[in-house]
Design a protein around this ligand. Sequence first.
Ligand SMILES: [Zn+2]
Length: 239
Amino acid sequence: MALNDHDLPESGADRSTTVTEAELPYLRRCIELAAEAVEAGDWPFGSVLVDADGKILAEDRNRESTTGDPTRHPEFELARWAATHLSAEERATATVYTSGEHCPMCAAAHGWAGLGRIVYASSSQQARDWKAEWGVPVTSPLSPLSIQDVVPGLEVAGPVPELAEQVRELQWRARSGSSASDCRRHEHRGLAAKSLPGPVRCRGFAGQTMNWSYFAMCSCSSSRLGLRPLAVRRPRPRK
Ligand SMILES: [Zn+2]
């Protein structure tokens, strides 16, 4: 877990339940870490631990796929790191910034470690909504508890809409196996959503059947990123 001191805001971490302008660089760093995770083949989650003076003490990203360990969430790693390296008082006044709201496992670790406030860029409900929109089945073995369901009374802030949108892009990239810019690798390249008769196979999504919303998402991502729109071409009829 590397220490990192770039993008530090001028003031210390805020203790309120709203996300301040000065805190956004921490969340942006989380999203950078989430992007690194995707590049490495892991899920798009990144987190940083910040002390009461606003200094980043530790950071990590998701490592589930590359280690084969489904508990390798960055929030869990930071809780362990804090329990080992910080006093109880330092933990209580520290803030954890993260790209996505803590899952129940990480919220519990955070609570047991006695860490302070949590600030997230995107919420668990948003992640569930994106999956529902994309037709992705829910695979978590845990109940969908919020942080405060697990750790009552903890100060929590988020989501931040503009950053949540970036997390959504990363989620899409992780699930499609490609960035929006290279979705031409997929078998559905060149096809407009309206020209497709229904679910088809797409290599870019681990061979899983994709539904219509994926195609809409693919085109939308491309245009949102200012890329050239995909050519509209109807599938050739079979002879
Ligand atoms: Zn977690």
